[in-house]
Design a protein around this ligand. Sequence first.
Ligand code: HEC
Length: 159
Amino acid sequence: MRLILILTLLSLNYTVAQNSYSTKSNWLIDTNSSEEKFKKIEKQLRGFDLAMVEVGYRFNSFYFAIKDKNYPLANYQWDKIKKAMENGVQRRPKRESSSKAMFLDTQYKSMKIALDKKDDKLIAKEYQQTKQVCNACHVAERVPFIDVIDPQYRWQPIK
Ligand code: HEC
């Protein structure tokens, strides 16, 4: 019974594919002009939102790295957070002034100093400040409903 259903669905799918739309995945190669191709790539690379998804992911790992006193991992994630934000700014230049004022030219650097010193007290202070900075920027950039909190669980299979 289940096999018949699957076969029916497959043949239906085949008929639809034959008749009305392409199931090919060469969406970029099949685009004619270079300009259209670049437009499609730009769209796929997205804007500041995906940069922030990466920042959020790395912030989780960063948080547990400082808890574990794994300074090389904390440093690694902190630098990648910066890189993600810089790339995000390139894609969405209207986020540049806040990114620089609140993070890239300021909080990024002061946390970096604390990490390089491996000074746990200073790192803890800078961490609290980082959360405030993340949220201040969310207010400034009109997404106050995105509230950065202490990560509750490890998302990564790394430590
Ligand atoms: C330039 C100011 C700015 C700074 C600094 C900033 N954010 Fe954001 N964040 C934004 C904006 C704007 C959005 C909404 C994204 C969009 O729609 O473009 C956002 C969205 C997010 C999201 C939601 C992403 C999603 O779509 O699911 C997370 C997670 C996030 N930020 C985490 C952080 C963390 C953690 C920090 C601090 C380390 C931080 N942000 C610092 C501006 C900022």
